[in-house]
Write a protein that binds this ligand. Structure first.
Ligand code: ZN
Length: 388
């Protein structure tokens, strides 16, 4: 692949945080120097470092408590050719210094960034400033992540289903007790689901992402709309404080949540864009007042609920489910007006048994077969209704 080829050999080997009386220093140890860009985001306070295609040899660890002004950090692919480090900070800060100390042929290069505390008012003033070194936004061929659009009910009779592996890249999602990433579990499951659906000969399954990369939530369902999909299935794995809770669950969209847990889950899943270091102040959802649109929405919601029912029935025959397992809440990724959508939590990474199961091919195959049966049942019902 041509994208980022020139810098692909750069490896990030270590991430360090140093606490000093008036500053917190973040250091990336790398094998080579690289161009970069740094900017600040508010609400919540974050520092974003963009860098080219690099490979991460440094392990990602979740921080239990803040170190200096750093509450947590994560890294990964943000878009093709553009890796990203997102640093959650505990308060308004400014970028006081930044530099690369080139290790030359020794390969011991260090990038550092000093964060100093500022008042909220001062933050608002420095916030727009972008710090960079030889940074040019990567040129990305448009075709790279977009698949050709298909028409609903293609001439060969196969239906288009979009499978959406949750999270990815700079957004790892939940992290399991033994370090399993939700984003990786979801991607592996999605690949098997795609193969299972397609080998039936009845479906074309399109993935919203086929590798470890971040995709904005709304781009996921837009991809389904563009592809003329008739179903959108978002795959996730949850994590909560109670390590005993386990089982799969199925969710659909609703403004009013079915219960507190579903509401909290949607709030967590909706943080994906924030986690990836996206400035959400630029976006706003248009208020839907059009009566035709609300009719479309209702039809899509009803269809989603039918599919969710088939999912619960079929998953329940193969794997353990949570109680009251079809729940609903305001999941941003399920907001397509036209494509019936469900979100499936495949299990809990915070539960030892579920985490172990989710890592096995056998379990993922079980799930994919259940999804195939549910998809068949859903479209059989649709055919029956269209004939009567
Ligand atoms: Zn998730």
């Amino acid at each position: 692949m041509a994208v980022g080829e020139a810098t692909a050999a750069t490896e990030v080997t270590k991430v360090r945080i140093g606490v000093h009386p008036q500053k917190t220093r973040l250091v990336l140890e790398t094998t080579k120097a690289f161009p970069y860009q740094i900017f600040l985001l508010g609400n919540p306070y974050r520092v974003v470092i963009d860098l080219p295609d690099v490979s991460w040899r440094a392990p990602l660890r979740q921080m239990k408590e803040p170190v200096g002004y750093v509450a947590n950090y994560r890294f990964g692919l943000f878009k093709p050719g553009n890796n990203r480090v997102v640093v959650d900070v505990t308060r308004p800060v400014r970028v006081a210094r930044h530099a690369i100390l080139d290790g030359g042929s020794e390969g011991n290069t260090r990038f550092f960034l000093d964060l100093e505390p500022v008042t909220q008012q001062a933050f608002n003033q420095v916030r727009a400033k972008v710090h960079s070194r030889q940074w040019a936004a990567p040129k990305v061929p448009k075709s790279l992540d977009i698949e050709p659009p298909a028409r609903t009910r293609r001439s060969d009779g196969r239906r288009v289903v979009v499978i959406d592996p949750g999270h990815g890249g700079v957004d790892p999602g939940a992290i399991g007790i033994s370090g399993t990433f939700e984003s990786h579990v979801a991607l592996k499951a999605a690949h098997i689901v795609k193969r299972t659906l397609e080998s039936s000969g009845r479906y074309i399954a399109i993935l919203t992402r086929s590798r470890d990369i971040y995709i904005p939530l709304r781009d996921r369902f837009r991809k389904a709309e563009k592809a003329g999909a008739e179903l959108f299935i978002s795959l996730h794995a949850d994590s909560i404080n109670n390590p005993k809770i386990r089982g799969a669950s199925v969710y659909t969209l609703s403004e009013k949540a079915s219960d507190k847990e579903a509401e909290a889950l949607a709030a967590k899943e909706n943080r994906s864009d924030i986690i990836a270091g996206v400035d959400l102040t630029q976006q706003s959802d248009p208020v839907v007042v059009d009566i035709l649109i609300s009719m479309r929405q209702r039809r899509t919601k009803d269809e989603s609920a039918h599919f969710a029912r088939f999912m619960v029935d079929n998953l329940g025959k193969s794997v353990r489910l949570l109680r009251n397992t079809h729940r609903f809440a305001g999941f941003a990724v399920l907001k397509s007006l036209d494509v019936p959508s469900v979100l499936v939590e495949l299990g809990y990474l915070s539960n030892r048994t579920d985490e172990k199961l989710l890592k096995t091919k056998k379990y993922r195959t079980k799930i994919s077969k259940a999804i195939l049966r549910a998809t068949d049942a859903y479209f059989e019902r649709k055919e029956r209704l269209s004939k009567s």
